[in-house]
Design a protein around this ligand. Sequence first.
Ligand SMILES: [Zn+2]
Length: 499
Amino acid sequence: MGLFKKRNIIILVLALVFALSNYYFFNKRAEDVFLLKEENFERSIYKIECELDTEDKTLSAIQELDYYNNDDIEMSEIYFHVYPNAFKKEETAPFLFDDFDSAYRSGFKPGYTEILSISKLEGENEKLLKHSFSGMGETILKVELDKPVEPKGRVDLKICFKLYIPPASERFGYGENNFNLGNWYPIAAVYDDKDGWNLDKYYPIGDPFFSDASDYKVSIKMPSDYTIAASGKNIRKKTEGNHTVWEFEESALRDFAFVANNNFKMIEEEFEGISIKSYYYEDDEERGKEALECGVKSIKLFNKLFGKYPYSDYSIVETEFPSGMEYPTLVYISDKLYNTDYNIDALIITVVHETAHQWFYGIVGNDQIDEAWLDEGFASYGEVLYAEYIYGKKTGVDYYEKSVEGNIEEALSTEAIDGSLSKSLSEFKDWGDYGPTAYGRGAQMLHELRKMLGDDNFFKILKAYVDKYKFKIAYTEDFIEICEEISGKDLSEFFRLWF
Ligand SMILES: [Zn+2]
């Protein structure tokens, strides 16, 4: 997710003059482009057919999941996160930054998932399976299999459900013209050696999500006056009466989100086969164009620094949301930032940050509950790199000093943070602790690592890390291992200071 502070966003504009010096940077073709997609290992496949009722604010769905057991254990049950249930009660509703009034502008109304049936598919036959809910807000769903699925085995499940969408300007909710469908369908929990099944609750701090990359085919039926921006690629659109059915597909996505709005305009630009799109409200064309321009620059830059963006589409979407939020190939950007009274830098920083997440969170997955720094630290350092490469070295330094070091110093001096990166979401007191730690200290660590090892080694490390863990999950020790491998140094002393 993105955090923006007004006092940290005044530097970029001053430096537009430096931008031209980076012209040659982009015209030099990356010699080390690798195609992430060529790697073809087995994944789960989600096929979801749904219809969104814009009057009732409900969504009816049939979800078929061809589940792939990528672990070494036999599974006699499979766990899912059902995040919408967190929105059922005011006490558990995870509205951001403790700001109830901005989240629920028209008051609280519950949102949740009603599971209609869960069955196993065997050829033509369907067999009903037992299921139960647990966890805070009943966000954990356990499905009991009739017979275990072997390691590297598969099982076909069908989940029929209905969503009740809350009137919330959040990841999941509807607003005046928009429907935000983030973390909306039952998504399989990750099983790993560290925690077994990762069954964390929907923490109100951070982005409490953790999932395996999977293949997706999603069709969404809606009244034809709505435009849909979604994860993946729109492969078909057909009209049925006064409704339109939108079909999206993509492989190796960590999640699937969409935003529907009946007041959207869209502009796009092509870069090396990637269609970069900006969706904005009709009145916000000026900022919609800025968002696109910044998205294109970010993709170009990070393509070069982190490794090739492996998907065909990237959508930057204006919507009712308090800041920015990353989903695979799609990001929410707060509509507040499209208001021309608001400083343009906040929009730019947020777009850059969420775009960097496409690599760190999206392409390389991480446990965002136990090791949030692994995506937030990298995304925040992505902002610094953008400032440096697009506006010049001096801006990079200024931006780093103000937005990274400035925030940390303040937080350390007020003892808001203790500085350790190895904290899970349950251990953070509040956003004042989480932000300067996961974002600030994470970026600071990367910066110190870069100073110590030099640019050459540092960027080699980032690329090798993305290359090795693309579409997989990386842990802190995996990153450390790559740092030591590439630098040829024992870095245990250095990393001990940060964790
Ligand atoms: Zn973030």
